[in-house]
Design a protein around this ligand. Sequence first.
Ligand code: GLU
Length: 525
Amino acid sequence: MTLLTLNNQQPNIPHMERKVRVRFAPSPTGPLHIGGVRTALYNYLFARQHGGTMILRIEDTDSTRFVEGAEQYINESLQWLGIEIDEGVRQGGAYGPYRQSQRSELYGQYARQLLDAGRAYIAFDTPEQLEAKRAEVANFQYDASTRMQMCNSLTLAPEEVTRRIEAGDQYVVRFKIEPGRDVVVDDLIRGRVVINSSVLDDKVIYKSADRLATYHLANIVDDHLMEVSHVIRGEEWLPSAPLHVLLYEALGWTETMPVFVHLPLLLKPDGKGKLSKRDGDRLGFPVFPLEWRDPKTGDVSTGYRERGYLPEAVVNFLALLGWNPGDEREIFSMKELIEAFSFDHCSKKGAKFDFEKAKWFNHEYISATGDAELTRLFRPILAQHVDNPEHFSDEYISRVISLVKSRVNFTGELWEQADFFFQAPQTYAEKDIKKRWKADTPQTLTTLCDILQNVEPFTSEHAEEVVIQWIKDNNLHMGNVMNAFRLTVVGQCTGPHMFDITSLLGKDETLARLRRGIESIQPAE
Ligand code: GLU
């Protein structure tokens, strides 16, 4: 909404004597977007920092947009990321129910209160009538300038209104906005925002058709009843805030109105516009925390979890999209974020989504994660690739992981880096054969077999010492011999330190691979 104006007045933010109670209030209309995850995270950090309460409220008042499985997806996503909920649909709590579709009677009561106080009215206009009006009047808006031309309880006789309701005509309740007033929204990040009420329309707050409040009424009634102290949400809700302020006022709740905090948008990587799923598809990164299967189309969208991200890395990089610690630090555990987080260091400007940075974070976290934990994550990956995963002990896998983890950005890449520890190479890289497999290679490697046969103990250091000495004593070409050796064991000329590999594989397996290579690799033409 372009008419929102920022001015230089200081916002009036009440002191935090209130107990901090915040809520994440998603609508179950599909998978949680990564921007929504960031909103949940900031709510959580703020709650924990102040010893407050984190609420998860499901805003499912719009039944036409309800999507099967979305609520479960939200719960699972938050759980995966370590964003703990204190009160919510699964946890319960003293202010429940936490699903709006189960609270409809409450909203009806407040819609009635607004009607009785003359702050709202009943409207019968059908979709067709509204459409006709829009066609007739340019930029039609249902407000003080037009409401007296419409079909509602302000224009119809009271008996007619009663008759229609009794006859079962469908109606809505509209909030009556008085024009010409400056409405002030004080926001912790944005400061004081002022809007003139004349630009607002008489929003529908209740629908008889499904006996449910719309988002605006349900949202503020619940924030009030759940004693929410801070409304922390995405910038896209800022245009609704003036209406919410007026609703609080009309219901007599101004004193306990929550503090507003509208978070900066997450922008496309090139900074032009809001980050969308299409950007993710176009540039090859997930915009959802977990994989999502669209229940209607069956389309599957990948998630950060399935891509091989660690939840700690996702939390860390999301926290820094819109907030900064005020110094150069980048790596933060959840605990450190809880300590360091502050809205004072949140920007008003949108935060550009930087996928390369996300990868960098994940790389850092994988490198820093314990081998035992990575072993646990690697087990299912291993099971997808080999027939005998149970043959490999945790200790063996953990030693493999310690050799390769610094080489990957994603857990899924562990297999590509480590496959030869679990199966002998099936093929040998052509370009490496061309470069390293000389006419005398089979003979040299045959001698190497004899040398290795006698290495005892077959440790990395000892084997290295013996082999290097042999190469030197015989004036062999270090690069060619070692790379040809590697080719037979790994299948290509990359990977961790050669003798760390052989010591892990053991003498028998190393020799078997050498012999197989000698027999089967043909020098390039
Ligand atoms: N149900 C709204 C959403 O889907 C909540 C907005 C708010 O937090 O007030 O984001």
